[in-house]
Write a protein that binds this ligand. Structure first.
Ligand code: ZN
Length: 150
């Protein structure tokens, strides 16, 4: 990754942390889950509103580091309008991008702001900060309502 791109990604993270999209309790919502990352202390609640099989809205609340909040904020925008099938695929894709041992081949244009999260790959301790919101969303969709620490 070249330096200019890294600066851009850093700016995207900081911007989402400062002005998160879709932060707040979603009322009404169909399901919710809480996620906790003990490595960093990040704690998020994710709320989901469905229209049939489609994600109508996702919002989040909670406290955490800039990466965890930016990841949640970006996620709420990315998943809106997806059906369960494409959402499952998206969650799997993001997990793979963040945790695969090999540097992923990506198309930054196609990935959009999600690409900004890939910077955490260099800091293994921070990967869970970036994956927390996605694990929590997956848990919410299972209607478990349980606390996920993955
Ligand atoms: Zn964190």
């Amino acid at each position: 990754m070249d330096d200019n791109l890294e600066d851009l990604y850093q700016e995207i993270i900081l911007s989402h942390n400062k002005r998160p999209r879709n932060e707040g309790i979603l009322d009404p919502h169909d399901s919710e889950a809480e996620g906790y990352n003990p490595l960093c202390g990040d704690r998020l609640q994710v709320y989901v509103k469905l229209a049939g099989p489609t994600i109508q809205a996702v919002q989040f609340t909670g406290q955490g580091c800039a990466i965890s909040r930016a990841s949640a904020s970006i996620m709420t925008e990315v998943v809106k309008g997806m059906d369960e099938h494409s959402l499952d695929a998206k969650i799997a894709e993001v997990m793979e991008l963040l945790t695969a041992k090999e540097e992923p081949m990506i198309d930054p244009l196609e990935l959009g702001e999600l690409a900004a999260l890939l910077g955490v790959r260099k800091f293994p301790a921070r990967v869970k900060c970036a994956t927390l919101a996605w694990h929590t969303l997956a848990a919410a969709l299972k209607q478990s309502g349980s606390i996920t620490t993955e």
